[in-house]
Design a protein around this ligand. Sequence first.
Ligand code: GLN
Length: 487
Amino acid sequence: MSLRKLTLFELKDKFTKGEVSAAEIVKAYFQRITVVESKVKAYITPAKKDALLKEADDLDYKLRGWRKIAPLMAMPIAVKDNICTEGVKTTCGSRMLENFVPSYDATVVSRLREQGYFLIGKTNLDEFAMGSSTENSAFGPTRNPWNLACIPGGSSGGSAAAVAADLCAAALGSDTGGSIRQPAACCGVVGLKPTYGRVSRYGLVAFASSLDQIGPITKDVRDAALMLQLIAGHDPLDSTSADVPVPDYQKALKFTMRGMKVGVPLEFFAEGLDPEVELAVRTAIIKMQELKAEIREISLPMTTYAVATYYLIATAEASSNLARYDGVKYGYRAAKEKGLLETYMKTRQEGFGPEVKRRIMLGTYALSAGYYDAYYGKAQSVRTLIKRDFDEAFKDVDMIVTPTMPTPAFKLGEKVQDPLQMYLSDIYTISVNLAGVPAIVLPCGFSSGKLPIGLQIIGRPFEEEKIIRAAYAYEQATDWHKKRPTL
Ligand code: GLN
């Protein structure tokens, strides 16, 4: 079997046993990049071939004779381009940071580096992670490997497409309202959004700080468990990272769901859900029952307010976070302006794309005197109620199973003129971020148009183990994860 098709775990196994060299791995991936990247456009900055080959040769040389292998040695992993990589451009899909080269690594990146990974490229995203289709990137859209006329989802569309198209062995994404899970669903791969605080956000370019979280996008559940293992845990550099022990996630990989109570929320199967998506998810729930899970109907009544609440809180935080891009400290600066204010205004006008501007305006409005209580304050109260819905549900069940996106991937261009329709793509993922809980997405079927459909499993805070276990049991009992796009 060709190397690029292997899961991270399989590839790592081959490398550890000495069956394949680092140079062979790097060559196989660059060959793939040469053949399909021009169609998919998953990367903003792919790694430099010669430099990476040199790194691989050096590693192979060093390992001659004795093989003391770190878990990710020689593994080609892609990183979303809003996660800082020392010495490698980190653009956030924006003109504003087009030439920004960080002087330090994000904590997740330094952890992968300690494990010996190879950075195979920085992946495309919606500008500053704002979007659901990767069409808001200043560098052009990424395409869905299953159908090049369709979106790969967003905002981590580049990462999900790169994994699905075998352009990397695994990837990192970020998720503020669904940006790991929704693209994973669109591209038929696995995406895991950890509990808020589980993974350090140090070095992740901030969008909405009370919601942002970094997580893996992988070919299967075992790989997701491995990646989470390596990036999770307390980080003194991020005060919101939790000092909670990280369990051994590989131990969670079991073939049954015996003893697990699974909730199915009524509100997630209402109007607007595509019948093919509903059928695939309901069929998956029946499979879980066969795997000995106990299924219960539950209610999350506040779900209807999730999108509205998110678009007040996320935009308010974004308007404050993005105030730093003023053309002075770093990033883009408008040319030849007179005076400070004019420089600020021109820089922001030219540096940001339309969606980012829309959100800054919305957020600034929601935070302004006279409107703060009516909008931002209200949204915070509703957020508490949404969280309470989950707390209540989790008294009865261990996890909650839902669709990931109301429809399969839509056509490029279909929703760009209609932001509200675009925002509704995240209706099933957003409440998870508002509540701060973890969720994993994995493939559970295909539409009649041959596009993947994703199943979402939501867990209690810091109980990633349980959702990993459920996802693994389901995955191993089906073969959706074995299906790959032909490119
Ligand atoms: N699609 C959502 C948005 O546009 C979520 C983005 C994300 O999770 N980064 O805000």
